[in-house]
Design a protein around this ligand. Structure first.
Ligand SMILES: NC(=O)CC[C@H](N)C(=O)O
Length: 203
C-alpha cells in the first residue's frame, strides 16, 4: 500500500517535494490545516524560510498539532528550512523564532556565510542507495549546518571537501530525517526514496 505523506504547504518549495514523493510511489498531499495533518502518515517540511514558516505554523494552528504528532513518532523529513524547524535547538534564529523540534541537534541558520550563500557538492549519505559509488549531488541555498549532535541523533552525511569539509549536513533520529541541502531540486529522488522507505517501515 502506498503511504500518504503530507508536505507542509504554508511556504517554500512544496511542489518539488510532492513530485519527488510521487516519483517514489507515495501519495503526496499538501498540509495546511490540522484536519489535513490528521490524514497523513508522515510529514515533509520543505525548504524555504524557517522564520516565516514558524510564524505561519502558529497562525494556522498547526504548531502544537505537528509537535504532538512528532512526539507520537510520526516520520518526518526536513530539508534546509525544514531541518531548522525539526531541530531541537537553533543558533541564529530571529524574532524569537521557535522550532517544532524532534531531532536532538543544534542547527546554525545561514551557517555557510555570505561568500558561499549557495554551493553544490557531492555527498555520501548513509542509507541512501548507492551513494558511496554514486554520490548525491547536493544543492545548498543559504543553508544551515548542524553545529552539535546530541546522543539521540545519528550523523548520516558530512561535506567531504572544500571550506566546509567535515560539516554535518544530514542527520537521522529514528523515523525523522533532516538535510541541510535540497534533494528536491536536482531530479535525484534517492533521499525521498529513503524517506518513503522509513515511512513504509513505520506502518
Ligand atoms: N533554502 C532554505 O531553505 C534556506 C533556509 C533559510 N536560510 C532559513 O533560515 O530558513
Amino acid at each position: 500500500m502506498s503511504p500518504t505523506i503530507g508536505v507542509l504547504a504554508l511556504q517554500g518549495d512544496v511542489r518539488e517535494h510532492v513530485a519527488a514523493l510521487r516519483h517514489e510511489g507515495a501519495t503526496a498531499v499538501g498540509v495546511r490545516r490540522p484536519s489535513e495533518l490528521d490524514a497523513v502518515d508522515a510529514l515533509v517540511v520543505p525548504g524555504g524560510e524557517s522564520t516565516t514558516m514558524d510564524k505561519l505554523l502558529r497562525a494556522f494552528d498547526l504548531h502544537e498539532p505537528v509537535r504532538e504528532r512528532l512526539r507520537a513518532g510520526m516520520p518526518a523529513y526536513g530539508s534546509c528550512a525544514g531541518m531548522i524547524l525539526l531541530a531541537d535547538r537553533i543558533i541564529g534564529g530571529i524574532d524569537g523564532q521557535q522550532t517544532l523540534g524532534g531531532v536532538d541537534i543544534t542547527v546554525r541558520r545561514n551557517a555557510f556565510g555570505r561568500q558561499v550563500d549557495s554551493f553544490e557538492t557531492d555527498l555520501v549519505i548513509d542509507g541512501v542507495e548507492d551513494s558511496a559509488d554514486d554520490p548525491v549531488h547536493a544543492v545548498f541555498i543559504r543553508a544551515p549546518w548542524v553545529e552539535d549532535v546530541g546522543p539521540a541523533a545519528t550523523v548520516v552525511g558530512r561535506v567531504g571537501e572544500g571550506a566546509a569539509a567535515g560539516r554535518i549536513v544530514a542527520v537521522r533520529q529514528g523515523p525523522v530525517l533532516v538535510t541541510s541541502f535540497h534533494p528536491e531540486v536536482t531530479g535525484d529522488t534517492r533521499v525521498h526514496r529513503l524517506f518513503v522507505q522509513i515511512v513504509r517501515d513505520s506502518l
